[in-house]
Each structure stands twice: as structure tokens, then as C-alpha cells.
Design a binder for this molecule. Structure first.
Ligand code: ADP
Ligand code: MG
Length: 397
């Protein structure tokens, strides 16, 4: 689960991180009071959406020449004007996709006099199996581009879970970020704070881009992106309370109720698969034959008929779906259960698009029999390759 920047900053502030003062608003009428609560004279008006790249983003409704989703303002009036222009409009950034995201919240924040913009994140480093700091002097911009073009400017430092962030770790990180004086002292006390917040709140990502050094030599958290491990949310009611469902895909919310691993994508072939690996392979092969998957969906190992029905309904409810590929390798999951789920779902919601079914494994003959005797207009496939070609052909007409 993700939260907004202002929520992440409030959380980090609670742990003692240096964060600017700011006020979140939902209505343009509240912009004036929010700005007046801050000392000025420099303010920033920041779009709150669950996506990065807001600064360089563009509002769909305002044309290419309008300013982006993070705006500096030099007076209360300017804050108000920007808030009126931004709220309710759709911000398109590198991370939102072409559809963009509607800006329903703004964060009015103290402006900072920036000397340097650094990058810092904490995440799971899979190669060492530890939580690790990732830092770079090249903050503020696209860290993926830095990783590609100048990987030597990024340091990954795994943290020993028993020792936590040690003094040596702080030295290593400060050196990598080329920090000295007050900034070095600030950062050395900030690293353990961030690590504590990350561990205690079961975060899966804590990204500060940028972490800034101000012209007065001190360090500040200027942006904050936090994701939480969904499997641990049950023990964090305070975090659950921060959930903003308007930022989430409705189909993904529905899928989460049934414990389905579902991710909506941009293509037009709906996929129902068991096992994450097979689901990835299915998406790959659809692309290989020149089409795009509409979703990733792993119904899991031991799905019930109800779960399969729910999954099928979620796929068919997506108006972008022009064809469905069911690809099941029955191991623990039995082919007849899948078949029954598909038939039940089709009877309930109807089938307006071509459906290709590939079944293999446990109870495959029974599964095929259920499908064949159902009277459904199903295109049977022999193997994964055959199935992918058939659904792509059916969708492309
Ligand atoms: P995003 O990463 O979504 O573009 P950021 O919060 O990182 O959003 O803001 C983008 C840029 O805007 C920052 O790199 C920084 O240069 C500037 N900025 C953001 N907040 C402030 C602030 N409080 N004061 C001054 N500049 C800011
Ligand atoms: Mg940023």
C-alpha cells in the first residue's frame, strides 16, 4: 500500500526527521488559510497523487505550456492562484501512464533554499537478503536514469539487521553523499531515524528524492515516497487509516477482497493464470505474438470456485478487455475447479469476448469435459504457445 507525500512526511516527522512545515488541503478555498499558517515568503504547492515525477508532470487540461505538478509560489496570492488551477485537474507524469491522475489534494509547504539535491532510499536488497540504503549525490531526478547512465554514482549499503545502522554505516553513507559540516551531522542522525521508521512500520520502500542540503548547511527531507508491505498491514491500524482508495484501481481493490494477486495493465487481453511465474510467462508470450495483456492475475495455488468466479468477473468488468486467456497448470489447483469457476462466472456475467482456455495437469480431462459440455463458446488450446497465438488472433480479428 502507498500513501501520500504529506502523510509520509508527518510519519517521518513523528520519528524526528527534519521535515518542512506544511498543510494539506482538499479545497481551493482552504489554500489561503494554509499559506497564512506558514511563515513564507517562499511556498511550494505540491500535487498529492500516488505517483512520482510530479514536478516535471503536465496537467492534461492546462496544455503543455502550463507549469507542472509542484509549483513554487512567492506570496499567499500566488499559492491561492496555483491551488485553484491545480485542484481537480489531471496530472500526467512518467509514472501515471497516459491517463494521468486527478489531483484531489494539495500540500502547501514551506519553500526551501536548496543547495544540493541528493537521493536516498531504503528497500530490500535481494542479493544480500537485507534491508539496504541506496544513496546517490544525483538526487531530484530520475534515479533509474542515473542507474543506467552513471551507476558508479549510486551506493547500495546493506544493513546488518542485528546491529542496525552503525556509526561506520553513517560514515560510509555521508562519504558517498559528500556531506560535511552541519549537513554531515544532520544526516548521521537522520539515517537511523529513517531506518527505524522503515523497520517499525513494515515499509517495503522509503524513498527520499530529494534529500536536500539547504543553503544554511542543514539537511531536510523534501520529498517522501513510502510503500508498506501489504502482508504486514494487519498490525498497523494507524497506517491503514491513511489508505486513499481513490488512488487505487477499483479492480485491484475488488481483487484484494478475494486475496487475488491482480495488477491492472494497459493492454486488451485479460489473463487468468495460476502461479506468478506462469502468469509472467503468459504475459510475455502474449507480447511475443504482438498483443498486450490487460492484467496480471494469479489466482493462486488452491483457489476455490468462488475465487475463480470473482477473478473472471473482475477481468470481464474491465472495458478494455477484448479477449480472455485462461491458462492453468493444475498442480495443487485442479483443472475441474477452474473449469467450474469459469462456467459459473460466464453464466452469471455473460461472455461478450473470445475466450481461449488452456488447461493442463491435475484433473485436466474432467476440466475439459466440464468446459466442452457447458455449451460455452470456448476456443480450446493445446499448450501455452498455441493458446497465446489463438487469443491474439481472435482479438486482432
Ligand atoms: P516529484 O519527485 O514528484 O517531482 P518532488 O517533491 O521531488 O516531486 O519535487 C520536485 C522538485 O521540486 C524537487 O526536486 C525540488 O527541486 C522542488 N521542490 C519540491 N519541494 C520543494 C520545497 N519545499 N522547496 C523548494 N523546492 C521544492
Ligand atoms: Mg521527488
Amino acid at each position: 500500500m502507498n500513501i501520500h507525500e504529506y502523510q509520509a512526511k508527518a510519519l517521518l516527522k513523528g520519528y524526528g526527521a527534519p521535515v518542512a512545515n506544511g498543510v494539506p488541503i482538499f479545497k481551493a478555498e482552504d489554500a489561503k488559510a494554509a499559506a497564512e499558517a506558514l511563515p513564507g515568503p517562499l511556498y511550494v504547492v505540491k500535487s498529492q497523487i500516488h505517483a512520482g515525477g510530479r514536478g516535471k508532470g503536465k496537467f492534461k487540461e492546462l496544455g503543455p505550456d502550463a507549469k507542472g505538478g509542484v509549483r513554487l509560489a512567492k506570496s499567499v496570492d500566488e499559492v491561492v492562484k496555483n491551488a485553484q488551477e491545480m485542484l481537480g485537474n489531471t496530472l500526467v507524469t512518467k509514472q501515471t501512464g497516459d491517463a494521468g491522475k486527478q489531483v484531489n489534494r494539495l500540500y502547501i509547504e514551506d519553500g526551501a533554499d536548496i543547495d544540493r539535491e541528493l537521493y536516498l532510499s531504503i528497500l530490500v536488497d535481494r542479493s544480500t537478503g537485507k534491508n539496504a540504503f541506496v544513496v546517490s549525490t544525483e538526487g531530484g531526478m530520475d534515479i533509474e536514469a542515473v542507474a543506467e547512465e552513471t551507476p558508479e554514482k549510486i551506493l547500495t549499503l546493506p544493513i546488518d539487521p542485528a546491529a542496525g545502522v552503525t556509526a561506520d554505516d553513517c560514515v560510509t553513507l555521508c562519504d558517498a553523499l559528500k556531506l560535511d559540516g552541519d549537513a554531515r551531522a544532520d544526516a548521521a542522525s537522520l539515517f537511523p531515524i529513517l531506518y527505524k521508521a522503515y523497520v517499525e512500520k513494515d515499509m517495503s520502500l522509503l524513498e527520499i528524492n530529494p534529500l536536500i542540503v539547504m543553503t544554511d548547511g542543514h539537511v531536510r527531507v523534501l520529498d517522501a515516497k513510502v510503500s508498506f508491505d501489504g502482508n504486514a498491514l494487519f498490525r498497523h491500524d494507524d497506517i491503514m487509516a491513511l489508505r486513499d482508495k481513490t488512488e487505487e484501481d477499483e479492480k485491484e481493490i475488488e481483487a484484494s477482497k478475494y486475496d487475488l494477486a491482480y495488477v491492472a495493465l494497459d493492454g486488451n487481453i485479460g489473463c487468468m493464470v495460476n502461479g506468478a511465474g506462469l502468469a509472467m510467462a503468459t504475459m510475455d508470450i502474449i507480447k511475443l505474438y504482438g498483443a498486450e495483456p490487460a492484467n496480471f492475475l494469479d489466482v493462486g495455488g488452491g483457489a476455490s470456485k468462488e475465487k475463480v468466479t470473482a477473478a473472471f468477473k473482475i477481468i470481464t468488468a474491465d472495458p478494455a478487455v477484448e479477449g480472455i486467456l485462461v491458462n492453468i497448470f493444475g498442480g495443487i489447483m485442479k483443472c475441474d475447479v477452474i473449469a467450474e469457476g469459469v462456467v459459473a462466472a460466464v453464466k452469471e456475467v455473460g461472455l461478450k469476448v473470445p475466450l481461449v482456455v488452456r488447461l493442463e495437469g491435475t484433473n485436466v480431462e474432467l476440466g475439459k469435459k466440464i468446459i466442452n459440455e457447458s455449451g460455452l463458446n470456448v476456443i480450446a488450446a493445446d499448450d501455452l504457445d498455441d493458446a497465446a497465438q489463438k487469443i491474439v488472433k481472435a482479438v486482432k480479428g
